[in-house]
Design a protein around this ligand. Structure first.
Ligand code: ATP
Ligand code: MG
Length: 340
C-alpha cells in the first residue's frame, strides 16, 4: 500500500478545478428549495406549539449545517424541557397531530435507535424526520456550520466527498460504512492539517486570538468553542491550494497515509490522537475501532464504530480507487462518481 504513496500530484491537476467547482455548484440546493424547507418548518412549529407551548423546534443535520445537497430530507429536533412522559408517547402524540393536518406518510418509529416521526409534505414533496431532545446533534450541527463559514473550500470538498460516497455506496451506516457527519469531520480535520492550515481548531481555546464565545452543557457534555467565525474569514488565505489539489490529497491521505492501526482523527484537538490513549485498541461489544473518528463533543464516541472487518475493506478499496483515479484517470470528474 505504502509503495503507492504519491508525494506529488499530476501536473495537470488544476485543469480539473473548474469541473469540480461545477459539480459542487450543481449540488447546492436552489433558493426556492430553502424557502420551501423554511415553510414546512414554520408549519411544524405552529402545530407543535399548540400542544407543547414551551417546546422549541430546531433544524439539525445537513439542512442546518450547510452541507446539505439539493433534495435532502430535513432533520428536525423537538426540544421539550422536563419531559415527564416517555419519548414514545410524545412521538405518538406528535404523529397524531401531524396526521390530522394533511401531512402524508406520517409514521412514528418508536423502536428505532433514534426514535423519530417521519413525514412527507405533499405540497413541497419534502420529507422530514423529527426526533426528540437530541440536542447534541443540534450543537454539532452548529459547529459544522461555523467551520463552513471560515473557508469556502471546506464546503466544496465536503460536497464532493459526500457525492462520491453516495455514488460509491459508502455512505450507509446500516451497511457498515460512514455517515455524512463522519465524512464532514474527516474533511474538517484534513483542512486543519494542511500546511499552512486552511481551518483553525475552534475548540482549542484560548489560542491564536480565539477564546470561548459559545458554551452550553447538553446531556452532561460541555460543548464550548470560539464561534465568532466572521473574525476568521482570512484564516486560510496563506494556503493557496485549489479544490482539485485538495480532493487529490484527501483521497491520497485516506488511501496511503492514514495509520489505521494506531491513529484517531480528532477535530476537537485539530490533531491525530493515539488509539492507545483513548483505549480504543480492542473490540468492545460491537465497537471495533477499525477507523477512528472522535466525536468533537462526545469524546468517548467513535464515529467509525459502525465499520466492521468487511466494510473496512470496502471503504479502503474505495479510497484507493479514488486516489488512483485522481492521479491517473484522464477524466476523474466522471470516473470518480461512477455508480458502483
Ligand atoms: P445527509 O445529507 O446525508 O442527510 P446529514 O448531515 O443530515 O447528511 P446524517 O449522517 O444523516 O447527516 O446525520 C444527521 C445529523 O445527526 C448530523 O448532522 C449530526 O448532527 C447528527 N449525527 C449523525 N450521526 C451522529 C453520531 N454518530 N453521533 C452524533 N451525532 C450524529
Ligand atoms: Mg440528513
Amino acid at each position: 500500500r505504502n509503495s503507492k504513496r504519491q508525494i506529488e500530484c499530476r501536473r495537470d491537476i488544476d485543469r480539473l478545478n473548474a469541473r469540480f467547482l461545477g459539480i459542487y455548484e450543481s449540488l447546492i440546493p436552489p433558493d426556492e428549495e430553502k424557502v420551501k424547507q423554511k415553510q414546512l418548518v414554520t408549519l411544524l412549529k405552529k402545530l407543535v406549539i399548540k400542544e407543547w407551548p414551551e417546546a422549541e423546534l430546531y433544524i439539525y443535520g445537513s439542512c442546518g449545517n450547510s452541507f446539505g445537497v439539493s433534495k435532502s430530507d430535513i432533520d428536525v429536533c423537538l426540544a421539550i424541557e422536563d419531559l415527564d412522559v416517555n419519548k414514545s408517547e410524545v412521538l405518538l402524540k406528535l404523529a397524531d397531530i401531524l396526521q390530522s393536518d394533511n401531512l402524508q406518510n406520517v409514521q412514528a418509529l418508536t423502536r428505532a435507535r433514534v426514535p423519530i416521526v417521519k413525514l412527507m409534505d405533499p405540497v413541497t414533496g419534502i420529507s422530514c424526520d423529527i426526533c426528540i431532545n437530541n440536542l447534541l446533534a443540534v450543537v454539532n450541527t452548529k459547529l459544522l456550520r461555523d467551520y463552513a463559514k471560515i473557508d469556502a473550500r471546506l464546503r466544496q470538498l465536503a460536497f464532493i466527498v459526500k457525492h462520491w460516497a453516495k455514488s460509491r455506496g459508502v455512505n450507509e451506516t446500516y451497511r457498515g460504512t460512514l455517515s455524512s457527519y463522519a465524512y464532514v469531520l474527516m474533511c474538517i480535520h484534513f483542512l486543519q492539517q494542511r500546511k499552512p492550515a486552511i481551518l483553525p481548531c475552534l475548540q482549542l481555546v484560548p489560542c491564536q486570538g480565539m477564546e470561548i464565545t459559545y458554551a452550553v452543557t447538553v446531556d452532561n457534555v460541555e460543548c464550548a468553542y470560539f464561534d465568532q467565525v466572521e473574525k476568521l474569514s482570512s484564516f486560510g488565505s496563506r494556503n493557496k491550494e485549489s479544490i482539485a489539489q485538495l480532493v487529490w490529497a484527501f483521497f491520497n491521505y485516506w488511501a496511503y497515509w492514514h495509520d489505521y492501526a494506531n491513529d484517531v482523527l480528532s477535530v476537537r484537538t485539530g490533531s491525530v490522537l493515539s488509539k492507545r490513549g483513548k483505549d480504543w485498541t480492542r473490540r468492545i461489544g460491537n465497537d471495533r475501532h477499525l477507523i477512528c473518528i472522535e466525536d468533537p463533543f462526545e469524546t468517548s464516541h467513535d464515529l467509525g464504530r459502525v465499520v466492521d472487518k468487511f466494510s473496512i475493506r470496502v471503504l479502503r478499496e474505495e479510497f484507493e480507487r479514488a486516489a488512483e483515479i485522481m492521479q491517473y484517470d484522464p477524466d476523474p470528474c466522471v470516473t470518480l462518481f461512477e455508480p458502483y
